[in-house]
Design a protein around this ligand. Structure first.
Ligand code: HEM
Length: 479
């Protein structure tokens, strides 16, 4: 167990100082499989070789993810000391169950393929149907701002049910989430957050209070919330967490649900919209495999499970989006001295980083066109090396591999599918004039707790009715 947070602040400042661009620069110059960077009070071991990533994954008890959940989690959500003790107790499952291991097991089992994942996806799609209905041809929108609203409403409806705070019409909750996300690094440093990160701190309080209210009247039987939230609520209740702390902890969960998902869906959408050949091929693939027409020809139904199985180009496009745009790092804490791969001594108390930005831009895994967006890269028929499987790390790996990956894959594929089937989209400039050229916006400097960083500048577009889809209704099916 980590007895003090003092060692962490040194490492945290180190993690903030180094980062995507730094790791990329160093890795381009030196080809060591692992190298060491100093921090105020120890070292960061940066792993860049695929074989060593596998070795880290195999040693998840010694090179552990959970200490970061506990330490960063407290700084991110600002829950109280009593809750912190509950979280830290038996953190790595050393002696039977503990809060974090129970939450982890509940999350993994409820987000695995099966009935609960399907019912979450169904709820998400129902929300998407009505949201897309509100988009009118001729309208001009900021694409990222629009994606934020749509994905937040769809995801939180699927996960928390109809009473989720984002659907309650409370003003500015979506903006509050992004203010919080924007100030994450400052909140993580955690020195007088009300002074050093006032906007993020206020936003965190607002979100926390909204979820406190949600949990104060929460009834698992009537909430229509996903099994994941029912499992979390049951563990929170078992460990005696107050609604205030449950609200605070949920702000951290929102990061998992939204912070990577929204930029990922935005980038997937813009890559597809901006490439006429890709757009044509994805539409054709969907049409050929996953769309059924009602007998009167007025309702087109997207069969989501068939799409997941048969739309390999759409899936490959999602994977490539994450290869190019997931740039964060998996972080592990060294709990005991360990000789990694029988060669590299990692000393207790230090930190291991596995930067996605380095793995995802390694030409030995991905080939000479590593820096290009190649939507077909992950198609089974394309050449892919053994290394690329391990080098692909948008969802992390080993014992802490992201449990939300199945949901977000279905969500991204389905939302992009219905959007491109339904609308034509053209980029416009800020005066609303048709510009005709697309630009893929740069991503902002990273945050320590997320992996797909949001964009620098939004992209304005005009929505047009797709030829042949005038007056057509769209629906989803989960066969
Ligand atoms: C594109 C979207 C997403 C990306 C890129 C992503 C990425 C990640 C990464 C890198 C980790 C840490 C894994 C590691 O270091 O080994 C993680 C953990 C986690 N993610 Fe995701 N994630 C996404 C979406 C989601 C969604 C939609 C959910 C929930 C519905 C979710 C829930 C979680 C949880 C609960 C953990 C902690 C796992 C643990 O305690 O072991 N994620 N995610």
């Amino acid at each position: 167990m980590i007895s003090s947070s003092v060692p962490y602040i040194g490492h945290i400042l180190g993690l903030l100082k180094y980062g995507t661009r730094y790791y990329r620069r160093i890795s381009a110059k030196c080809k060591f499989p692992i190298y060491t960077l100093p921090t105020l009070n120890g070292k960061i071991y940066v792993v860049t070789s695929v074989d060593l990533v596998n070795a880290v994954n195999r040693n998840s008890k010694t090179l552990a993810f959970n200490p970061f959940i506990a330490q960063l989690g407290k700084r991110i959500t600002g829950h109280d000391e009593a809750t912190s003790k509950v979280v830290q107790h038996n953190l790595n499952g050393e002696s039977g169950p503990g809060y974090v291991t129970e939450i982890h097991d509940g999350t993994v089992s409820t987000l695995s393929p099966g009935a609960s994942l399907e019912s979450m996806t169904r709820a998400m799609l129902a929300e998407a149907s009505s949201y897309l209905q509100s988009l009118k041809p001729g309208e001009q929108i900021n694409l990222f701002a629009w994606t934020k609203q749509m994905v937040t409403l769809c995801s939180t409806r699927a996960i928390y049910g109809p009473c989720n705070p984002f659907s309650q019409g409370e003003n500015g909750l979506v903006d509050a989430f992004w203010d919080f996300d924007q100030d994450l690094n400052k909140l993580i440093i955690d020195i007088w957050p009300n002074i050093t990160a006032p906007k993020g701190n206020r936003a965190r309080t607002k979100l926390g209070m909204a979820f406190q209210k949600y949990f104060s009247t929460y009834d698992p039987k009537t909430s229509e919330s996903a099994a994941m939230i029912q499992a979390r609520h049951s563990t929170n209740t078992l460990y005696g967490l107050t609604p205030w702390n449950q609200g605070r902890l949920e702000v951290g969960v929102l990061l998992g649900i939204l912070a990577n998902t929204i930029p990922a869906i935005f980038y997937m959408l813009i890559h597809v919209l901006s490439d006429p050949d890709l757009l044509r091929d994805i539409r054709a693939e969907l049409q050929a495999t996953s769309i059924e027409l009602s007998p009167d020809g007025q309702t087109r139904v997207l069969n989501v499970m068939t799409m997941r199985e048969k739309c390999t180009l759409l899936h490959s496009t999602f994977q490539e989006t994450l290869r190019i745009h997931a740039l964060g790092s998996s972080v592990r804490y060294v709990r005991e001295d360990i000789l990694l791969a029988d060669q590299y001594l990692l000393k207790k108390g230090n930190v291991v980083q596995m930067p996605m930005a380095v793995m995802h831009s390694d030409p030995s895994a991905w080939g000479p066109n590593v820096h290009e967006f190649e939507a077909r890269r992950f198609l089974k028929t394309s050449a892919s090396t053994k290394d690329s499987k391990t080098a692909y790390r948008p969802f992390g790996g080993g014992a802490s591999l992201c449990p939300g990956r199945h949901f977000v894959t279905l969500e991204a594929m389905a939302l992009v599918a219905v959007f491109v089937l339904r609308f034509d989209v053209v980029p416009v400039d800020r005066y609303g004039t048709n510009r005709g050229t697309w630009r893929i916006p740069e991503q902002k400097q990273e945050s320590m707790a997320t992996n797909v960083f949001p964009l620098e500048e939004d992209v304005r577009v005009e929505i047009r009715e797709r030829e042949g889809s005038e007056g057509v209704e769209w629906g989803f099916e989960m066969k």
